[in-house]
Design a protein around this ligand. Sequence first.
Ligand SMILES: *[C@@H]1O[C@H](CO)[C@@H](O)[C@H](O)[C@H]1NC(C)=O
Length: 344
Amino acid sequence: MRTQRGVSFILLLQLSLYCSSIAADDQSEIISRFQSYLRIDTAHPNPDYHAAADFINAQAKSLSLESQTIEFVVGKPLVLLKWPGKRRDLPSILLNSHTDVVPAEHGKWSLHPFGAEVDASGRIFARGSQDMKCVGMQYLEAIRKLKSSGFEPVRDVYLSFVPDEEIGGHDGAEKLAHSDLFKQLNVGIVLDEGLASPDANYRVFYAERSPMWTVIKAVGAPGHGAKLYDNTAMENLLKSIESVRKFRESQFDMVKAGLKAEGEVVSVNMVFLKAGTPSPTGFVMNLQPSEAEAGFDIRVPPIYDQASLEKRIAEEWAPAARNMTFYGIFFPLTEEISLEGHLH
Ligand SMILES: *[C@@H]1O[C@H](CO)[C@@H](O)[C@H](O)[C@H]1NC(C)=O
């Protein structure tokens, strides 16, 4: 999981998977299938994507699901499974999960991170068990259970097992989302990563905030450190930082007052400051630098008027009138837009 979840509402679903009605034999088979998946080392920087794809395809075969493996980028297979529904004309359901996991520092684990060992209380230890191999397996096990009960879905159900989510998803989910194939799937709803649940409740979150990472930059004439004068890069950047902080406070105050949930406001956090002229012992102390930059991790709720925020950035946080520029990377749900502001 890359990001903190911005969560406004919680919906609870009961997955039949963990119901006590499942026989002990089935339980142990479910666990051993899960363990097999966990034992595939799909950790960055060298995930064994093909082993994961082979495993998913073997599962698909045992469930008689249609399957295709697509390499939008060579070496990064994406597996797409289909459980056909009775009504082909209706929008479909897409259940997404990623096969890659973040690296494991072996020395800090008491058990092997790809051993998937079960302890006396039934806990399974493996990198990626929560994020998010458990979810991919829950989809498959739920289908196994539904199929054995004779259930037929009304809509087409697709399952996508995507690579490279932990490093941005550009070669997997992003390529899929922009493909003609994706249009043909006619997806009505997607279930994706959420928070792992230790009990039988499967929580579904929606209204996730979009990251809007923004860098603002001030330029000004360099000057001697002993002189007081206006319009230095540092002074101009500080004015902006003050105005960002006021906005941050206004958003945070609504949360503190209980008027809004954390997922319903815009969060703005300064994540870097870059300025100064390096010297062998640190920084030159008697020079006012000609450039200064600050970076912000901004998260925007889907219901928030993004255009008004962009206007605020252009007019208040990085105004051309103060010799400032900005650039950012925006991630709305459908496409990625790079925005550059008044670069001279
Ligand atoms: C912007 O830059 C110009 C040219 O260096 C300078 O004359 C002017 O004072 C600057 N304005 C501000 C507000 O920093």
